[in-house]
Design a protein around this ligand. Structure first.
Ligand code: NDP
Length: 398
């Protein structure tokens, strides 16, 4: 018997609401709240469950969030709004005694920079309050950390090289569109690349390092080294890692559009004056780009995300290991009305909440997913629509 408040009614929020509704044995009451209530109402109507109610909140405002949580008294908040709202929602959770889960780490609006320090600073407060905060519980971050924890628990004594590989081989038929919030997405991939090597962070130019990697059921795709937030917690939690990197595929068409967007100043996040009105170019661009939630209908193909790990096994022998999930855009759309990028984020967010609410991941404090037991989560991944596969002692290509 548990009640959750989901904050954010975008692509990911839609999937989380669907999946919570599909698991009535855990989620007995669901509140979907966002800035625009009509979006919550439309999602609730589509799901058609009488266990979902909707509400409005501006999650930039702690007092509004506190009112929302006092009104509904949930056991947990699933935060799938934007990374800008993480700290206000964590503050409100502390004030109201509510547990917390999100899928992306905090990022200040005026600076394209993300790191865990802001949220890790809440550790003691959550511990003292006896509350659990689960950080980064989407696919990557999220399942990427659980896969790594599973590898460490069952196969490796020392993981030495970790490469997280993220391929979207889907085609939505648009000249240019992002698969999740365009503002957050473009901020992420136009930054410098960064990877971890021998105890230090090495910085590269944006998308400077790339190579073809072969993805199961897809084939070779050019993959670009990016900085991604889970690298920060994984190298801290697994000190045997000598090198950790993150790779993502992009098509040439996408990269050409991105280069133009940057060159003409549309990726800027500072305010400019337009006829006496202050606008942020990237936010304006978001308003004219296709809405990621509308891509699902014509999306074909699949995503493939996984971890390629090399190190010493439990008998101290050399081991290479690849663990991954492939997710079909068409199947995700049939089930939830959203494409696979929203699906692969929303399903793990629901499972993380399920883990907490069923007592399997109840650990007061602020934690990244790899700090919990991966086994019950991995069991649910297969049940809830994200089956995973493993391969041993193969050429990892990385
Ligand atoms: P969308 O832009 O589609 O949805 C965001 C939702 O949050 C919208 O409903 C929006 O409301 C709402 N929102 C924004 N600001 C506020 C606010 N101040 N108060 C209340 N609600 C607000 O994003 P996505 O669904 O694509 O992504 C959601 C989250 O998931 C993001 O944080 C993203 O970074 C993360 N993500 C994580 C991934 C992972 O694997 N870990 C992968 C993909 C995404 P409105 O409709 O009014 O604008």
């Amino acid at each position: 018997m548990a009640k959750v408040v989901i904050i954010g009614a975008g692509g990911v929020g839609t999937v989380v609401a669907h999946k919570c509704a599909q698991n009535p044995q855990v989620f007995t009451e669901i509140v979907l709240a966002s800035r625009t209530r009509s979006k919550c109402d439309a999602i609730a109507a589509k799901i058609g469950s009488n266990r979902i109610t909707t509400d409005t909140v501006d999650a930039d405002s702690v007092p509004q969030l506190v009112e929302l949580l006092r009104r509904h008294k949930p056991d947990m908040v699933i935060n799938v709004a934007l990374p800008y709202q993480d700290l206000t929602i964590m503050d409100a959770c502390l004030e109201c005694g509510v547990n917390y889960l999100d899928t992306a780490n905090y990022e200040p609006k005026d600076e394209a920079h993300f790191e865990y320090s802001w949220q890790w600073a809440y550790k003691e407060k959550f511990e003292k309050a006896g509350l659990t905060a689960i950080l980064g519980c989407g696919f990557d971050p999220g399942v990427s950390g659980v896969f790594t924890a599973y590898a460490a628990k069952h196969y490796f004594s020392d993981m030495e090289y970790l490469d997280i590989v993220d391929c979207n081989a889907g085609d939505h038929g648009k000249a240019f569109a992002t698969n999740f919030n365009p503002e957050i997405n473009i901020r992420e991939i136009t930054q410098n690349g960064r990877y971890y090597q021998d105890g230090k962070w090495v910085t590269t130019g944006p998308l400077e390092i790339h190579k073809p990697l072969t993805y199961p059921n897809i084939g070779p795709r050019e993959s670009y080294l990016l900085y991604h937030e889970e690298l920060e917690s994984l190298v801290k939690n697994y000190p045997s890692i000598k090198r950790a990197r993150f790779w993502m595929t992009f098509g040439q068409e996408y990269l050409t559009h991105l280069r133009v967007i940057q060159n003409i100043g549309m990726a800027r996040i500072d305010e400019v004056d337009y006829n006496g009105v202050k606008i942020v170019p990237l936010q304006f661009l978001k308003a004219v780009l296709p809405n990621p939630q509308d891509l699902g209908e014509n999306y074909h193909g699949e995503t493939s995300i996984g971890c390629r790990i090399e190190g010493r096994d439990k008998e101290n022998k050399h081991l290479t290991y690849y663990i991954y999930n492939n997710c079909s855009h068409e199947e995700a759309y049939r089930e939830t009305g959203m494409q696979a990028v929203s699906y692969t984020t929303g399903v793990p967010a629901m499972i993380g909440a399920m883990m907490f609410l069923t007592g399997k991941w109840n650990m007061p404090g602020v934690h990244n997913v790899e700090e919990f037991d991966p086994d019950p989560f991995m069991e649910q991944l297969s049940v809830q629509g994200l089956p995973w596969h493993e391969a041993f002692n193969l050429d990892l290509e990385v």
